[in-house]
Design a protein around this ligand. Sequence first.
Ligand SMILES: Cc1cc2nc3c(=O)[nH]c(=O)nc-3n(C[C@H](O)[C@H](O)[C@H](O)COP(=O)(O)OP(=O)(O)OC[C@H]3O[C@@H](n4cnc5c(N)ncnc54)[C@H](O)[C@@H]3O)c2cc1C
Length: 390
Amino acid sequence: MNERILISGAGIAGLTLAHWLARHGMRPTVVERAAGLRSGGNGVDVRDDAVTVVERMGLMDRVRERAADVHGIKFVDAADRPVARIDLRDDASVEVMRGDLLALLREAAGDAEFLFGESVRALEQDDHGVTVAFEHSPARRFDLVIGADGMHSNLRRLAFGPEERFLRHKDHYFAFADADAGPGEDRWVTMFNTPGRMAGIYRSGNHPQAKAYFIFRSGRLDYDRGDVAAQKRLVAEAFAGQAWRPTAGLLERALADPEFYFDALGQVRMDSWSAGRVALAGDAAWCASPASGAGAELALVGAYRLAGELAAAGGDHRAAFARYEAAHRPLVDRKQQIGPNVRLMVPRTEGGRRLRDALARLPLLKAAGAIERRLRARTAEPLPDYRCAA
Ligand SMILES: Cc1cc2nc3c(=O)[nH]c(=O)nc-3n(C[C@H](O)[C@H](O)[C@H](O)COP(=O)(O)OP(=O)(O)OC[C@H]3O[C@@H](n4cnc5c(N)ncnc54)[C@H](O)[C@@H]3O)c2cc1C
């Protein structure tokens, strides 16, 4: 029946999967490299089918209670005067701090076994299961193994090959960090641009603390992903001397933040999300990048479908993996079209910024979003209501 399932990664995809596998009567074990949940990050959107998934998990009321309550994006000039606003509120989505969502998902995955501070070292598949060697614990047998360990997935490397084959650099780097609540406007993400750069402040209406957000345009940079000090230096260099008054303070605070988060804006493109008894979910399989605004939505819906298809296929993992992929790929393909979002947030030139500001002052973007949502509602394949054992 493929009951014993190892999940690598306790992020949004891994925890959602653990909840649904347990609900369908399977026995998930979650292995997470960090010592506890990695609960950093800004607001993430729970939208459309992801709302249905979270409702079916019994969590949506609590997600709404914790909603970040952010109205949209405000672009400012060097003197901190607003030049344009885009109101992003819509009925189809709820924005919640990533850490708040993760805490709720962890609670909902309570029936799973968790191994924190641990990672998979090697995998060996045969016709009946997978032998998994861990970094610290003794080897164990599982029926199936799922990689939900993020954009730089360890499981993907072990089962599918090196990262360079799947990860595409999207010409930007980004950083998130804690910020002082002083600058920025309550309930708005304030953004300041110079060509190829964006410094911003995220101010939730529901949290006392603000978040700094930096993006800069760049080809591939050679740096050690384990060396946070080196990453901080890259961000400090990219934003040194930026004319916006709050930038210096934001940088200073961000560089002191131990949870400082830096990465390339990357996308994962794979021809197949499964290889034998191993499959991928979340950013490991299809990372669309934070510029998509869809990382949480894709992780929630994808994990729900994967668990449901495994249950529906009664143990036939080949059929389940194929159906999961066929059903979820159209949404992933659509969300990976991030070009307009990046041009909006980080115009390459002064002329591009002026055009962006002019467009943002018109109600066009909001209207386009509403039309897209209406068309999508008519064409989207409905989310199946898989029967649960519990
Ligand atoms: C700290 C953090 C902050 C983030 N902040 C934002 C944000 O502000 N905005 C945004 O849009 N997106 C953010 N993201 C990305 C966002 O969470 C994902 O795009 C999306 O939610 C998909 O989730 P995921 O579960 O696939 O991946 P992730 O959320 O990246 O979770 C992957 C998990 O796998 C774990 N892991 C990694 N390697 C191993 C290993 N070898 N063994 C075991 N476990 C491993 C990681 O520690 C992490 O807990 C952030 C991710 C992280 C980890």
